[in-house]
Design a protein around this ligand. Sequence first.
Ligand code: FMN
Length: 230
Amino acid sequence: MSDAIDPDRLDRAVEHALHRHTDYGAEELDESHVASDPIVQFDRWLAEADARGVYEPNAMVLGTIDADGTPSSRTVLLRGVDDRGFVFFTDRESRKGRALAAHPTATLLFPWYPVHRQVIVTGAVAPADDEESDAYWAGRPYGSRIAATASRQSRPIASRAELEARVAALEEEYAGVDDVRRPERWGGFRLRPWRIEFWQGRTSRLHDRLVFTRDPAADAAGWDLERLQP
Ligand SMILES: Cc1cc2nc3c(=O)[nH]c(=O)nc-3n(C[C@H](O)[C@H](O)[C@H](O)COP(=O)(O)O)c2cc1C
């Protein structure tokens, strides 16, 4: 494969996207039928994304702020959602983990392009408790637990071979024993939302945007609903 950048590549990709694009507009998002609780509305849309075949509908782009103010983002998987918030699991010493220790505020973006929808959730993030992390850890496959133990996520490593050697050493340590201990650095985070925006693609870019907000400081504050211009 040539290592030169093809100057027409982007134009061709955009052209193909335009051909594949069927006009948005079959659906609307209206104040009269949206749930009054945005977490209930999220749950409805998650079910619909899943039913309509969105690949990994629980994949979300987590945006954080590093200690020095630099933004960063990456995909993580949603592993739980209820009144208390949105849960994901990771290495708390990873880049995102260190960012969340410095700035415990984040956004979660669900890019459900095939169904012309997007949800963006913003809120305060706190570590999930040990019992929750233990329970999730125990349900992960043996190989994933070994890999998470071997990998100091986001740190540089000299080679793939070094990582594989660490995995082999752990497999030997745990040979015949399925009880791989959860490293203290690995666990859950829960984002408690104070803003949830629902975006529904509509005809001629006249999209629907409904945003729910509540007071971040209040414990059980109700939600306000506003329509935003597209
Ligand atoms: C579809 C998908 C799902 C992912 N799920 C997770 C996850 O649940 N937890 C996690 O730590 N990393 C997950 N990753 C990897 C992250 O995107 C990222 O590479 C890793 O967490 C390191 O990020 P950081 O260096 O910004 O901390 C996933 C990646 C993809 C593409």
